[in-house]
Write a protein that binds this ligand. Sequence first.
Ligand SMILES: Nc1ncnc2c1ncn2[C@@H]1O[C@H](COP(=O)(O)OP(=O)(O)OP(=O)(O)O)[C@@H](O)[C@H]1O
Length: 268
Amino acid sequence: MSLLRIENLTIRTGGQALVKDMSLVIEPGARVGLIGESGSGKSLTALAAIGLLPPGLKPEGSILLDGVQVIGASEEKLKALRGRTAAFVFQEPLTALDPLMKIGRQVAEPIARRHRRDGRSAGRQEIVAEVRHYLERVALPDIDRIMNAYPFQISGGQRQRVAIAMALACRPKLLIADEPTTALDVTTQAEILELLSTLVREEGMALLFISHDLPVVAKVAEEVTVLRRGQVVEQGPVRSVFGSPQHEYTKMLVDAAAAFDRALGAQQ
Ligand SMILES: Nc1ncnc2c1ncn2[C@@H]1O[C@H](COP(=O)(O)OP(=O)(O)OP(=O)(O)O)[C@@H](O)[C@H]1O
């Protein structure tokens, strides 16, 4: 069974279709990129996948997440899917973090929730040990300090590592990362991409990676869907879609990335 099967998804607001007839399949453990310019419907597609569309936006079609139909599902059913089946990492880590809570307590929350969900009560020491485990997993230095820090006391890259640790702590089958490196400087961006690639492989999770940046998608994904103005223009293995693009829009993305590479090469 596919982990995520989106078929003929259309998202409307009023009379306007923001996403049109889009289909996308993610198998367990697969790494899939969703690429397209700003406003092409990438985030809406990802939010629809876990039933988190903002009010006023109506999905039509079919979204099966781990075999459960998301469209029209009750809030209770959706809550059971969030975290356990799919967890989100957003562009801006502060979206996931409470500014007034120390990092240690924030990471403890999804851990405690997972234990409750599995019907077991974990003691404080066990939870603290797990918090440390996940902070180590995302390669944070000086874990004692970070656990006792508030989000504003650590760097942007460290905050994104904490947000990834919180998503991992849910032990999801699918990690959805929506432009997770866009808010970071280039060096930190590369480190976080490397970390995400390693983690999804080692934990055996599937990844839906959203970005407008072709080299970034090429680095982390094996398959890619290219969206333009809410519609899929091309879909397939990264190598063939970016290696021999068929659609004009994909060609333009590939040419732009190549021109950037050439410009960099000329500078060196
Ligand atoms: N709550 C909303 N109500 C009405 N329109 C919306 C709403 N949210 C998003 N849109 C519109 O839907 C379209 C798709 O938005 P979406 O956020 O999915 O784009 P995106 O590809 O993720 O862009 P970006 O890379 O800039 O995040 C855009 O035109 C956006 O303005």
